[in-house]
Write a protein that binds this ligand. Sequence first.
Ligand code: HEC
Length: 105
Amino acid sequence: MKKIMFAFVVIVISIASCSKKSAPTAAKETAMDGAAIFANNCKGCHGADGIKDSRTPNLHTIALDKAGLVNSITHGKGHMPAFEDKLSTAEISAVADMIVGWHNK
Ligand code: HEC
């Protein structure tokens, strides 16, 4: 009987620790990506919040959908460099999602 109780406790503890480990990691990755990519690659020209000055468009109000954002970030525009060699497709998608998120605020 003691052995069964012990096995039960071990199973409960291992299930509990598994679910604790996976949940926060997944949330952290999705929350982090776009903002971190923006801070590392775009902030210098666009400002931390995407609104800097008259040389760069206000990214909160720019009339581009996600496909348009991805296209401009990938291939560049005017004085803005292309990011196709610097960022992966997934990274460009994540930063575009973040800008779309600003539009929806
Ligand atoms: C070297 C400075 C610089 C960097 C770095 C930069 N941008 Fe830009 N960005 C600009 C300028 C300047 C424009 C205005 C281009 C124009 O309309 O001629 C612009 C325009 C844009 C536009 C509007 C494009 C359009 O089609 O109208 C978006 C969206 C944008 N940037 C997003 C980003 C993102 C996201 C990053 C980081 C991955 C980034 N930019 C990095 C300078 C920069």
